[in-house]
Design a protein around this ligand. Structure first.
Ligand code: GUN
Length: 287
């Protein structure tokens, strides 16, 4: 039987600690950290993610301004808003919810956010910092995954790790963090042949491929640690499910995360950690 790692409980504990820190810093600096979240359009999943970020911010005393823009918003209008927020001394973090409508160039928008306010860690300067092992902002989901592994003192050094998915938001950065923690990392993706043979060799399996219950029990090594990043709708029940066939994989795993309540809450928690760090650096620059 695998031990289920609750990202929800871990996030709760970290958020309680952050809340106390924020009370202290609020007194010291005269204001709380301020996160601005921008959503363009009315994608239902994005709306619920943005609401989750707002709720968590308020819980711990982070000021959250959520700006919802019409789906017809032009790239120019969005860039102008980002310029204003970059210049606003009362803003510490800016997050543009992805994906953006097709007529807006995502790379241009991400690059326009000041790297010093880039809470997602998607700006090229933060991406290069990660790849060059310099200090930058670490993307929220990969950071959350590392904190989940740390919370259970799961040894990474020397282990065989398989990351399924090569997105710039999750797969690539988490593979780099695991490599830096001295794992031997294999990255698999939709074109990988004999996926199951590769996943089966992994001591730690991280799955971020976006296919409901795709990883079956026969693709997992007995005793593996399984981290499920997927957020999908089960086509049979309509319920939320991960990329891992949890019911059948859980008995084989040593540790496993569940969807919901696993990686998702830690992603939001790390967004708040990134916001707090950028706020502290912002305050130091003003000293
Ligand atoms: N859409 C899905 N995941 C993310 C994320 O981590 N950050 C942003 N900005 N958009 C997302």
């Amino acid at each position: 039987m695998g031990e289920i790692i609750s990202g929800k409980l871990l996030a709760k504990k970290i958020k309680e600690e952050m809340k106390l820190d924020i009370e202290k810093y609020n007194k010291l600096y005269g204001r709380a950290p301020h996160l601005v979240v921008i959503l363009v359009g009315d994608d239902e999943a994005s709306k619920s993610y943005v609401k989750g970020k707002e709720k968590a911010s308020l819980e711990i005393g982070v000021t959250n301004t959520t700006i919802i823009m019409d789906s017809n918003t032009t790239e120019e209008e969005l860039l102008k808003l980002i310029d204003e927020l970059n210049d606003d001394d009362l803003v510490d973090g800016i997050l543009v919810q992805l994906p953006l409508p097709k007529h807006i160039d995502q790379t241009k928008v991400i690059t326009r956010i000041s790297y010093e306010k880039d809470v997602d860690g998607f700006h090229p300067l933060n991406v290069s910092a990660l790849y060059e092992r310099r200090f930058g902002v670490i993307p929220c989901t990969p950071r959350g995954i590392m904190e989940i592994l740390e919370s259970k003192k799961i040894e990474i050094s020397g282990k065989r790790v398989c990351v399924v998915g090569r997105s710039s938001i999750v797969g690539m950065p988490v593979a780099k963090l695991l490599l830096d923690a001295n794992a031997t990392v294999t990255i698999c993706h939709s074109k990988t042949k004999n996926l199951g043979e590769i996943t089966k060799e992994a001591d730690i399996l991280v799955v971020a491929i976006g296919k409901p219950k795709y990883i079956k029990a026969d693709m997992v090594k007995a005793g593996a640690v399984v981290i499920d990043v997927g957020v999908n709708k089960d086509p049979l029940t309509g319920k939320l499910c991960g990329d891992v066939d949890f019911e059948n994989v859980e008995p084989k795993a040593s540790f496993i995360t569940k969807v919901p309540g696993g990686v998702g809450p830690m992603t939001i928690c790390c967004l708040l950690e990134n916001t707090l760090n950028l706020y502290l650096k912002h305050m130091e620059r003003k000293d």
